[in-house]
Ligand binder design. Sequence first.
Ligand SMILES: [Zn+2]
Length: 263
Amino acid sequence: MKYHSTLRLRWIIYLSLSFCSYHPLKGNNDTIKDEEYLMLQQAKTDNLVLKQWKAGEKVTIQSTQTFGIANCFKSLPIDSSRFLRIKGKSYKPDCNIPLKELRYLKVLHYNIKGEVRLGELICNKDISNELLAIFQELFRVKYPIERMVQIDKYNVEDEKSMQAKNTSCFNFRRVAETQSLSNHNTGHAIDINPLYNPYIKIRKGKITMQPKNATSYIDRSKRFPYKISKGDYCYKLFKKHGFQWGGDWNSVKDFQHFEKTKK
Ligand SMILES: [Zn+2]
């Protein structure tokens, strides 16, 4: 029994040392080689993620530079594979927007932890170049955006997407609580960091908000991360490009919402 216990202990120590960066039998060169190997593996994984554009995934900034920053900010047509992802979802059966009017955008964004994430959006071609310019600038200044994946991943449920803090643009839907069509319908409107920048309506003292779990963010005099206000760089950029902000509306406030329609 005693012999077996000693042998097991030796194995545990050996395995622990093998997994540690420190190893008594290794020199500095070996440790450097291990680090180089891990970096190489990470670079290979990142390259695949970037090539396949797996929105929502994290990559290193070095990998994006190797891949080419210009390749990470692209406006692309809705080809058949992209159409399959939205058909019957954000592109509903009664959607009358010709596909040639829509664009799929690849963008990079930082989150609040400083991680580089892959983002995607579908928008109208009228605003695609402006959105690319805005997101390139937001990336340059490391403006935090929590998540940016297609709303189709949330079963096209705006409430779910907003609760998941997901930035989104095109979605054929009605304006909240009315029957009129939103500018999201044509891909002319975008919602940024929605949980922290909710839609708020006050009628006869009753507050309605979307998403429903945004209670902590309806007091706009408070300071918190991701908040869009008039001093915010995101607000300034969208205004510079001629967008209207839902936070400026009178009857309701939609702090996440920017839109720009044809003149
Ligand atoms: Zn909106």
